[in-house]
Design a protein around this ligand. Structure first.
Ligand code: PLP
Length: 377
């Protein structure tokens, strides 16, 4: 199998699994307990919190463990809106559904939402965010990097504008975390969402960074875990796995991303140069190191994915998170692709282990398949 769908999910790192196993075995204690195995679980949860905090220059008490990116996004947007009693939210047209659907839900309850359009490369300009700030704006939520076209957003500049106007800034960093350095203090980020399964960690766990003192309303009420804001017995194994994955990813970030960029650019140039009528989507430079998003004009992307699958290659047509819907991806529409071009779009997301040989095989399959699809039309 050649796995090129790492933006959808990643294979767990073997040392992450090793780190997690004891907490599903002998060290099964509930962190709220007062005896040794319980306290040892609590200790590891707090260690994990500190490890993660250090990766983004946050305080340990600013890291709140959640079930992943979707929950973190929902929490950030709903709770800020609740605490400022409605008001106005600025977001973008290319956010993940976890943000867009949440904003849609709040809109029905009377909250005003402005959705900023990206440019043709998928970039949300800080200037357009600034232009849309109103007196009642309480939150700006713009993702750090897009999950489909891979464009990295100017979050430092957006954070500066938000801080200047005294507006809270949330960023969905599910795709960006461990791929680009993020310093929440320097970038004026008040809230940030992260998911473990995108960084070679386990599924069903993530965190929301909440700047100290920024939110007071609990997301889930109960036994008072997560400083009283998100009750429920901690997912100890998941949390320990998340921290281990984050640590591994940060320890070799420079080397890993350099390798990926080299392979990414090799694959992009082979596709664009050797297959006619193709276009690269997303920004050429401000781009996630592992993202290759290409439209094969006059070829059906869904059929292409099916053919690639038969050849042992996993990739994705648009975003895997929304692949159940037959509609064209909202991100591709927002960057201005015509429906028929959008329907011929495939996202490949490689990892540090992707080799030139694998890419050569994928490109040769693409050449063959695209040719067949264009001829049967
Ligand atoms: N935000 C972005 C940008 C994503 O890419 C995803 C998943 O694809 C999510 C949020 C949702 O994360 P999770 O799968 O952890 O709920």
């Amino acid at each position: 199998m050649i796995y090129m769908d790492n933006a959808a999910t990643t294979r767990m790192h073997p040392s992450v699994l090793q780190e997690m196993l004891p907490f599903m075995n002998d060290r099964f204690g509930n962190p709220s307990g007062k005896y040794v195995i319980a306290q040892s679980a609590k200790h590891r949860v707090e260690e994990a919190r500190a490890t993660i905090a250090a990766t983004i220059n946050a305080l340990p008490e600013e890291i709140y463990f959640t079930s992943g990116g979707t929950e973190s996004d929902n929490w950030a947007v709903k709770m800020v809106s609740d605490e400022c009693r409605g008001g106005h939210i600025i977001t973008s047209k290319i956010e993940h559904k976890a943000i867009l659907e949440t904003c849609g839900y709040l809109e029905k309850k009377g909250v005003n939402v402005t959705r900023i359009s990206p440019d043709k490369d998928g970039l949300i300009s800080a200037e357009s965010v600034g232009r849309n700030i109103r007196r009642d704006t309480c939150l700006i939520s713009v993702m750090a990097a897009n999950n489909e076209v891979g464009t990295i957003q100017p979050i430092k500049e957006i954070g500066e504008i938000a801080a200047k106007h005294g507006v809270m800034f949330h960023t969905d960093a599910v795709q960006a975390y461990t791929n680009i350095p993020i310093d929440v203090k320097r970038y004026n980020i008040n809230l940030m969402s992260v998911s473990a399964h995108k960084i070679c960690g386990p599924k069903g766990v993530g965190f929301l960074y909440i700047e100290k003192g920024m939110l007071k309303t609990p997301l889930i009420s109960g036994g008072g875990q997560e400083l009283g804001l998100r009750s429920g017995t901690e997912n100890v194994a998941g949390i320990v796995g998340l921290a281990k994955a984050a640590q591994i990813a940060y320890d070799n970030m420079a080397v890993r991303t350099m390798k990926e960029v080299k392979m990414r650019d090799y694959m992009i140039s082979r596709i664009l140069n050797e297959i006619e009528d193709t276009r690269l989507n997303g920004h050429t430079k401000e781009r996630l190191p592992n993202n290759i998003n290409v439209s094969f004009i006059d070829a059906n992307g869904a059929k292409l994915i099916y053919m690639l699958d038969k050849q042992g290659i996993c990739a994705s047509a648009g975003s895997a998170c929304s692949s159940a819907s037959a509609t064209v991806s909202h991100v591709l529409t927002a960057i201005g692709l015509e429906d028929d071009v959008a329907r011929g779009t495939v996202r490949f997301s490689i990892n540090e282990k992707t080799t030139k040989r694998e890419i050569d095989y994928v490109v040769s399959c693409l050449k063959q398949n695209v040719n067949i699809l264009r001829n049967v039309k």
